[in-house]
Design a protein around this ligand. Structure first.
Ligand SMILES: Nc1ncnc2c1ncn2[C@@H]1O[C@H](COP(=O)(O)OP(=O)(O)OP(=O)(O)O)[C@@H](O)[C@H]1O
Length: 248
């Protein structure tokens, strides 16, 4: 099968500049990137290099100055706000360092919320949310509110929430940034496992190359330019390539 068939997200020639009075800050320069169905891609790079900005542009949370982003063939920045919001809810999942759970709702309600917003059947949604929480090892914490959960548990709730609508792509920004090394590792392993089982693509932005190595493929952002880690720098590159093909 041709490789193009498995591309879920296509970023083409994306640039981003911020303007503040006379000052222009160039944050992204001619970024090209294909994300393949079911792959786990890490983007590493130093602070301020543009990783989060790119992730936001992939998720319709920021507008590129130039270039295009296609999600499953739909050109995100040619869509109206209503369709963009639908895509954020149905096709994309988001995971952040500080998880952004709703503090007054239980773990179960937090996970179910994106499906409720879609108007899906309540009973069926609660069943699926329970199953997802069981899969992330929190079947015994369904009724706990975020304040009654540990940092790692909250992060696992956020992962379950990101998956409830069976998105095509999950975008994660420093999902383990506030966790200790062990919890961080288990969150990454969980992402890998779920991506493999559900066929969901994950793009994870992180500073931590050791954790990024656990993903299928790593790219590095340097001063707004996205670069491949290839050859001797990235022993996993060949594996990533074959995984992408397998998922096609
Ligand atoms: N609204 C804005 N106006 C001007 N500059 C901005 C704005 N938002 C971000 N920037 C600049 O863009 C650059 C890239 O920011 P970004 O958050 O994408 O970096 P990052 O690689 O994710 O960094 P970190 O790893 O520290 O989170 C930074 O230098 C930042 O100051």
């Amino acid at each position: 099968m041709k490789k193009e068939a498995s591309v879920i997200l296509q970023v083409s020639n994306v640039s981003k500049q911020f303007h503040d009075g006379e000052t222009t800050t160039k944050v992204l320069t001619n970024v090209d990137l294909n994300v393949y169905k079911g792959e786990q891609l890490a983007i590493v790079g130093s602070s301020g290099s543009g990783k989060s900005t790119l992730l936001h542009i992939m998720g319709t949370l920021d507008i590129p100055t130039a270039g295009e982003v296609l999600l499953d063939g739909e050109n995100l920045y040619q869509l109206n706000a209503t369709r963009q919001a639908e895509i954020r809810n149905q096709d994309l999942g988001f995971i952040y360092q500080f998880h952004h759970l709703l503090p007054e709702f239980s773990a179960l309600e937090n996970v179910a919320m994106p499906a409720f917003i879609q108007g899906r059947d309540k009973k069926q949604t609660l069943k699926e949310a329970t199953e997802l929480l069981e899969r992330v090892g929190l079947g015994h914490r369904l009724q706990h509110i975020p304040a009654q959960l540990s940092g790692g548990e909250r992060q696992r709730v956020a992962i379950a929430r990101a998956l409830i609508n069976k998105p095509k792509l999950v975008l994660a920004d420093e999902p383990t940034g506030n966790l200790d090394a062990n919890s961080g590792d288990s969150v990454y392993l969980l992402i890998r496992e779920l991506a493999q089982q559900l066929g969901t693509a994950f793009v994870v932005v992180t500073h931590d190359y050791k954790l990024a190595e656990k993903m299928d493929r790593q790219l590095t952002m340097k001063d707004g330019v996205l670069q491949s880690l290839t050859g001797a720098n990235n022993p996993l590159a060949a594996k990533a390539e074959s995984t992408a093909m397998d998922n096609s």
